[in-house]
Design a protein around this ligand. Sequence first.
Ligand code: ATP
Ligand code: MG
Length: 512
Amino acid sequence: MTGMTLSVDLLATIALELQNSLSQHDRFQRLVNSLRQLLRCDASALLRYEASHFHPLATSGLASDVAGRRFKLADHPRLEAIARAGDVVRFPADSELPDPFDCLIPHHDKLKVHACIGLPLFAQHELIGALTFDDLVPGKFDGFSDEELRLISALASAALSNALLLSRLERQSLTLPENARQAASPVTSEMIGRSAAMQQLKKEIAIVAGSGLNVLITGETGVGKELVAQGIHRLSPQANKALVYLNCAALPENVAESELFGHVKGAFTGAIHHRVGKFEMADNGTLFLDEIGELSLSLQAKLLRVLQYGDLQRVGDDSSRRVNVRVLAATNRCLKQAVEQGGFRADLFHRLSVFPMHVPPLRQRVDDIVLLAGFFIEQARVRLGIKQLALNADAIAKLEGYSWPGNIRELEHTLYRAAVMVRAAYPQSALFITPSFINLPEEPPGPPQASAPRDAGHEELQGDLQAATRGFQRRVISATLAAHQGNWSASARTLGLDTANLHRLAKRLGLK
Ligand SMILES: Nc1ncnc2c1ncn2[C@@H]1O[C@H](COP(=O)(O)OP(=O)(O)OP(=O)(O)O)[C@@H](O)[C@H]1O
Ligand SMILES: [Mg+2]
């Protein structure tokens, strides 16, 4: 064993820091920062393990979009090796296994990680996460013994398992059933985002889920209304029952009634069989009525009756059936206005919007853009079979400076197109998306964009002020740097800042 190279003082400080009652994310961030300092390496990450994926909880020294990436074990042999190891894993400098963080350690000419260790984290023999340490210099970790590294694992395992236990208890106190947590894949419909607006939304989802109330979900196109509906269902006591989907806009009037309520044989020409409607399919479960604002007035009346009395009639049937259905409805229109203009029934509106939920547009949660970008480019990378795919700082600044009228869907498509184009343009395996690959429509300069015409009519200038301010600072700094060809001291003068302060600010904003 080599001599003790770990500083005991620093370790003790880390242990104490973990006791401090900071927010969970802060605590993890401090942990990885201190551990990176302790091991004096280029990058460190704390990952949570769930359903064959690793999710970064906090990273240090890595590109800021890493936090939004979800690493599927099957796509990342190095992480798979860590997950299977049961103990400290040291990868040889010439390891054939690609490192998930190659290209993601910013500001280094060398892109390949050459020293890497992984520490799997366990709670009662169950894998709950991992710590990774990377460095560009081969042999960087040779001075640390396995015993020392196990000490770090023990510390981190305890912190992580405490945190997981706490969030489990929190969820239980919201009286959620055991099955709600196990239902559905946690990855496919995960809502990425840590902005204040997203945290609030996630809290509301958890609260309303158990209440059984009907929910009206509003928000611009592409903001994630459907994901919200899925989230509510997944955390509800009906999670193991069906979530039935019906798009009210896609239905011609004559078919709509039978789609919703079903019909009996012979009810109309072509009705050669009995047919069960969506309402009956969703019995004891959840019915998601998408684009509810497009429902005709006559169907609104029929829908209201089912919601009021819980009984429905199939088309052509005289008798009625009882159903017990929770309705989640979504729209990107302002229903209140539609009510005033006579296009939507007031009584139905009130019945649906017992608990209204508004999903804020992406431009009001600028802080989430880089996380979402990481989430989507990791998906694009896998789908396109690209070995390494990353965004450079200018590309991130460009994404954060745009108003995203099509919201998250537009971001997803933009990044997928960028990935396709960068792959077509360059043959190498490690690819960087630069601003020229990000095609965005021209925007008129000036104050924040007017909202999309079909916006639900919420005030533009709302949302998390700090996030908005940081987004604005990022934009101004990137633009100034670009104007000065990346010269920091010239940019600092223009911005009226001290050069050292500008460096610090840029670092804090994730621009460096
Ligand atoms: N927070 C998020 N994290 C990850 N993906 C998201 C998030 N929000 C939305 N998405 C993705 O963006 C796309 C659009 O989301 P969704 O379909 O839920 O939007 P919508 O509000 O229903 O849009 P529309 O009004 O056009 O129907 C989907 O692919 C969804 O998975
Ligand atoms: Mg939708």
